[in-house]
Ligand binder design. Structure first.
Ligand SMILES: Cc1ncc(COP(=O)(O)O)c(C=O)c1O
Length: 480
């Protein structure tokens, strides 16, 4: 492949390579599925450093024009990244839920999922973990990370999190519009620990807490352990129903509102700036704290509004993030941005819990951020996820019954399928599991574990698996 570059031009060389390849794609010179020269080949052809080619390929990936396949190289995207055909639909007719009963243990549910997912040949439409990254990269980065923190491994370290990592996280959050200082941040063992510490700190048994309905089921278990009483406010296509929220703020005086404002788990919905503003106004008016858990932030294909925390002027909102969805869940690195008077008390609570997050895990994340691998990894994920979302949407249109409808998220890894009322979702999930396809049943995400018939489907799997999995589930649905 001939890529002429002009070293005297103002435009950097990596952008010249990007422009040339995108021109070839747009003019049909490169066709969907074609393989690009490897980084080494391209560097040799163009007579540039390999890093220059990596930069050029990263930008093309971020533009959605190419994607990387593990161990096989870079390919031209099979589908130009146009908007999906079907409209996003989320129109459940549901009530506010105040659950009377105990919900199933998170541990039992989580163990069952781990066992099912471990079966070889299983298609996992139930989870949204990032696809494994190149193990050589991880090894190289981990080796450098060990070197960076060799001394620190033989003593206790900062309970709040390593200062270098907190500065890096602060930089990332500033890009989202948050006015954050490294000292506002508490590094935690995954965002789950941040959620647990914050809930234990603010909630006494018997306190009311508002959640979206449906919501992340792990948080429902945390609330149950804390003895909280839960108010599930129905989601609409725009986010939590704010009229109902206001009604319950007035009548029940909840202590806390838990919200996932960007790429909501499980529906994939992202709220608008106006919705965020009004939610914060209501929290102000009724003196209620807000926990904003944006675990899927940065996995958006389209711009999203700044977090609610960016508009918070009275330290009312705690913002939570994680590297589990963008890098590796097993490193267990999450964080909370806590401004104001509760910051120190929460650091102390964290310290008494487990002193600090593993310095090795923190150092690995730090090295990913410092070396630029994090950005590259994000670009890769975005490109893969966007491609996979298209594959899933197309497969749903082809294989699912006409009565089904679904959300079209602007990022992340999940979408939410609403089914006709007569469908038994549990039976669908069991029949699919018997054919080695795992799906998330909607029920698990409602505060009372009831809810209307729906599935949460993850598109972090390979396109082939998504296509096959949806075909199998579609067949089961049509038979019902
Ligand atoms: C919305 C949300 N918050 C928090 C978590 C917990 O993630 P972690 O503890 O791995 O950071 C998850 C995981 O699924 C999630 O979906």
């Amino acid at each position: 492949m001939k890529i002429p570059v002009d070293r005297d031009a103002e435009e950097p060389v990596y952008l010249q390579i990007r422009d040339r390849i995108s021109h070839l794609i747009n003019s049909g010179g490169l066709r969907p599925g074609d393989r690009l020269p490897s980084i080494r080949e391209m560097a040799r052809n163009v007579n540039v450093n390999k890093l220059t080619v990596i930069e050029a390929y990263s930008v093309l990936e971020a533009d959605g024009l190419i994607y990387a396949r593990q161990g096989a190289g870079y390919f031209i995207n099979t589908e130009p990244l146009t908007r999906p055909r079907g409209a996003s639909t989320f129109a459940p007719d549901q009530q506010v839920i105040i659950p009377p009963n105990e919900i199933p243990s998170f541990l039992t549910v989580s163990n069952a999922v781990l066992r099912a997912e471990a079966q070889p040949g299983t298609i996992r439409l139930s989870s949204g973990f990032p696809q494994p990254t190149g193990i050589e990269d991880v090894q190289r980065i981990a080796r450098r990370a060990v070197k960076n923190v060799a001394d620190a491994l033989f003593r206790h370290n900062h309970p709040q999190g390593e200062p270098a990592l907190r500065s890096q996280i602060a930089q990332l959050l500033m890009q989202l519009g948050l006015a954050v200082k490294p000292d506002d941040l508490l590094v935690t063992n995954g965002s789950l620990q941040a959620l647990a510490l914050i809930t234990q700190h603010f909630i006494q048994p018997g306190d009311w807490v508002v959640v979206e309905s449906p919501t992340f089921h792990g948080y429902l278990s945390i609330l149950q352990q804390a003895g909280a009483r839960v108010i599930g406010i129905p989601m609409t296509a725009e986010g939590m129903n704010l009229d109902l929220l206001e009604q319950y703020l007035q009548s029940h005086h909840p202590k806390l509102i838990y919200t996932i404002s960007t790429l909501h788990n499980p529906t994939g919905i992202t709220t608008s700036l106006a919705h965020r503003r009004r939610l914060l106004d209501l929290a102000e008016r009724y003196n209620c704290r807000v926990v904003e858990d944006n675990a899927y932030e940065r996995l958006n294909f389209e711009p999203t509004p700044p977090p609610i925390k960016a508009m918070d002027e009275s330290d009312r909102v705690i913002y939570i993030g994680t590297f589990s969805k963008t890098l590796m869940p097993a490193l267990r690195v999450g964080y909370a941005m806590i401004t104001g008077e509760h910051n120190q008390a929460l650091i102390e609570r964290k310290m008494l819990h487990d002193m600090h997050v593993s310095v090795m895990s923190q150092a690995i994340i730090s090295e990913y951020l410092a070396s630029g691998h994090y950005r590259r990894r994000l670009n890769q994920l975005l490109s893969l996820n966007q491609q996979n979302r298209c594959v899933m949407l197309r497969a749903l249109e082809t294989h699912f019954p006409a009565e089904a409808s679904w959300t079209v998220p602007i990022g992340g890894v999940f979408l939410w399928v609403q089914l006709p009322p007569h469908i038994s979702v549990q039976r669908v999930a069991e029949e699919a599991a018997a054919q080695k396809v795992l799906v998330g049943t909607g029920t698990a995400f409602f505060p009372d574990q009831q809810g209307y018939p729906a599935l949460r489907l993850g598109y972090a799997e390979s396109p082939e698996h998504i296509e096959r999995g949806i075909e199998i589930v579609g067949r089961i649905l049509k038979a019902q």
